[in-house]
Ligand binder design. Sequence first.
Ligand code: NAP
Length: 495
Amino acid sequence: MICIPIIANTMDDVLRDMAEASQFADIIELRLDYLKNPDLRRILERRTKPVIVTNRPVREGGKFEGSEEERGALLKLAIQLQADFVDVEHDSIQHIRRDTVHRVPAKIIVSYHNFRETPGNLTDTYQKLRQCGADIVKIVTHANDITDNVKIYRLLQASQTPLISFCMGEYGIVSRILYKKFGSYLTFASLRKGKESAPGQISIHELLNIYQAQKQDKHTAIYGLIGNPISHSISPFIHNTLFKEMNLNCAYVPFKVDNVGDFIGEFRGLDVKGYSVTIPHKESVINHLDAIDPMSEKIGAVNTIINKDGKLAGYNTDCKAAIQVLEDIHQVSEMGMKNAHLKNKRVTLLGAGGAARAIAFGLQECGAQVTVASRNYERAQSLARDAGCLSQELKDLPKIETDILINATPVGMFPAVNETPVDKKLLKPGMIVFDTIYNPVETRLLREARVQGCKIVGGLPMFVNQAAAQFELWTGLKPSLELIREIAYKKLAGE
Ligand code: NAP
C-alpha cells in the first residue's frame, strides 16, 4: 500500500490535499503536528481513504511543540473518533492506554525513527516495539550508506508482525521504491515535490508512473544503476519505460554507491538481476565480479552486469555503441564496408577513463590511428600502452593531425555547460567531432564545431545504443531504439 502524508498548516489545505491524495493513495497520513487548531472530527468525517493519525514531536523529527499531555490527548481523541490507524512513538506508548480503547477499531502503529543512522541491532528494537501492544510496528532509519538498505531488507524478511520499514535519505530511496519486494506493510510518497514529510521521500507521480510501484510484487525482478552521483541519471526513465512497454515484471532503481565492493557483496542476497555501472565504478567493479567477457577484460571497464544464477558477469556495451555512432555518421555499414572509413583515420581521443578505454579499444580493432590526450598524462600513456595506440600531453593538442576528435571527459557536461575541452581554433572544417556527453544534447564543443564547419555528433546516440544493448543482455529482447531516443529527449528537455 502507498501512503501519502498530508503536511498542511490550515484546515482548508488539509481537506483539499486529502481529497487530492485520496485519488492516488491507499492510505492517508494526517500529520497533526503541522496543523494549527485541528478539527479532527471534521477531517475524519470527510475521509474517503483510511487515515493514519500522527502527531510527531520534535524529538522524533516532527513539528509538535506543545506538552506531552496535549500531544497524547490528540492521539487518544483520534482513537476515540475511530481513526483507522494511530501512530504512537515507541517512548510514548505507555501513556496511550490500550485498555481504555481496545473495543475501538483503530490499529496502533508503534514507531521508532532514527534520523542519524541505521543501527545494527534492529531486531532488538523490533521485538521491543512488538511487545508493547503494536498492531503494526514501524522502524524508519537514516541510511548513510547504500548497504543500510540490506539491514532493513533482512529485518523485514524475518518479521512476523506487520512491519513498516525503510531507510530515509538519498541512499535509502531503493527501500522506499522496492517496498513490496522488501516486504514492508506500506511505503510513503509525497503528494508532489515540496510536500515531502521526510528526507528521501519521492513523489507519488514518480513512484506510480516511473517505478510502477503498484504493479510490483515479491517476484518483481530488480535491476539498477550503480554510480555516484546518480540523481541526474535518465537511465531509470529509459529502462522502466521499456519494462512497462514490454509488459515485464521488472523495476530499475538508482543505487548510490560509495564502496562498490561492499555494495556488490551485500546486495548479492537480494538477487538483483542486472546492473548498469557508471562513474566512478566502471573499472573498480571488475574485481568484485565472478566473470567478465573477453572484450571488457581487454578494455578494463564494465558498464553492464548480468546475474546468471547468482554469478555476476561483466560486459561493456559502451565500446560497440560508440563505434556504431562513428559508423553511422558515415553511413558506411549499410554499403557492406563496415569500419572501412575508420581504417587509418587519425583520431584524437580526449580523456583516459572508462569511456575513453572502451572507445580506444573499439577504434584500434577498426584500424584507426588513435592518440590519447588526457590531463593526467600517465593515465593517457597507460591506456595507450594497453590499447596499442599513441599518447600526447594535452598542451600538445595543436600539433596532432586529427580527422576525428572525440571528447570522453566530462568537460562541458551539465551543469558546467559553458566549459569546453578544446580551444575552438583547433576545430577545422570537415573534421568529425564526437562529444560523448549527452546532457546537454548539444555541448559548447559541438556548437563551436558546427560553426567551424565540422561534422558533429553528440553523446545521445551512443547512450541510446549502449542502453539498448544493455537491455538486450538482461532480457534477451531487442528494445525499440526510437522509443529510447524519444524518452531520453523528453527527459533531457525537462518534460
Ligand atoms: P571517468 O572514468 O571518470 O573518466 C573521465 C576522464 O576525463 C578521465 O580521464 C579524467 O581525467 C578526465 N577528466 C575529468 N575531469 C576533467 C577535467 N576537468 N579536465 C580534463 N579532463 C578531465 O568517466 P567516464 O565514465 O569515462 O566518462 C567520461 C565522459 O563520457 C562523461 O562525460 C560521460 O558522460 C561520457 N559517457 C557517455 C556515454 C554515452 O553513452 N554517451 C557513456 C559513457 C560515458 P583524470 O584521470 O585526470 O581524472
